[in-house]
Design a protein around this ligand. Structure first.
Ligand code: COA
Length: 173
């Protein structure tokens, strides 16, 4: 557990998720994503098998401020993959998302990873801008094309499911 002061939030506590966190979090993800249907992307398995590379941020009363769920790629051990990150809509733009990612970057570095990847819909401007501020760059390699002004892979996740692959090199890589 770690305590970090972040701008307007007096103190944030970071801890590893447990399976007990799944039910309350899955109930609020659609709302936190502004009404998008996200809960299908967060089955309980993330809380059962990926706790050691995921984090929950809480305030001093134990209220949820945000979470990041991720893992070190089994096929590409040099890569950590952030599956989902979100912060409480009442506490945005306060540095909590950055602080969560810094916890995740530390896990990735400790595991020997050299880069972090995340995937987002290129039309999600908030996600794209947030990740850029965190040092991620959209993969603009072969097969990408600008979508909503962002290099992205058309149909990456199936028909019509375009995605930008966001990559951040870790220090020392
Ligand atoms: C994206 C999200 C996690 C950002 O969380 P946050 O706690 O507000 O982010 P922070 O306050 O730590 O901001 C970190 C940086 O991103 C920037 N940023 C955050 N929100 C932004 C926005 N809406 N537009 C532009 N930049 C933004 C901040 O300015 C900050 O930059 P700086 O530190 O260089 O000044 C949050 O808006 C969210 O949960 N959105 C819904 C879920 C989502 O889309 N998740 C990402 C895809 S998985």
């Amino acid at each position: 557990m770690a305590r970090v002061a972040v701008s307007a939030v007096a103190a944030i506590t970071f801890r590893r998720p447990t399976e007990a966190d799944h039910a309350p979090i899955v109930e609020l993800v659609d709302e936190w994503w502004g009404g998008r249907h996200m809960r299908a992307l967060l089955p309980r398995l993330w809380f059962r098998h990926f706790s050691g590379t995921s984090w929950i941020a809480e305030d001093d009363r134990g209220r949820l401020l945000g979470f990041v769920i991720g893992f070190i790629s089994p096929d590409h051990p040099d890569t950590a993959y952030a599956h989902m990150i979100a912060t409480n809509p009442n506490h945005r733009r306060l540095g909590i998302g950055r602080a969560l990612y810094e916890q995740f970057f530390a896990d990735a570095l400790a595991a020997g990873a050299r880069q972090v990847q995340a995937i987002t819909w290129p039309g999600n401007r908030v996600s794209v801008d947030f990740h850029k501020r965190l040092g991620f760059r959209p993969d603009d390699g072969s097969g990408t094309t600008p979508i909503y002004g962002v290099p992205a892979y058309p149909d990456f996740d199936g028909d019509g499911q375009d995605r930008a692959v966001l990559i951040r090199t870790l220090p020392g890589a």
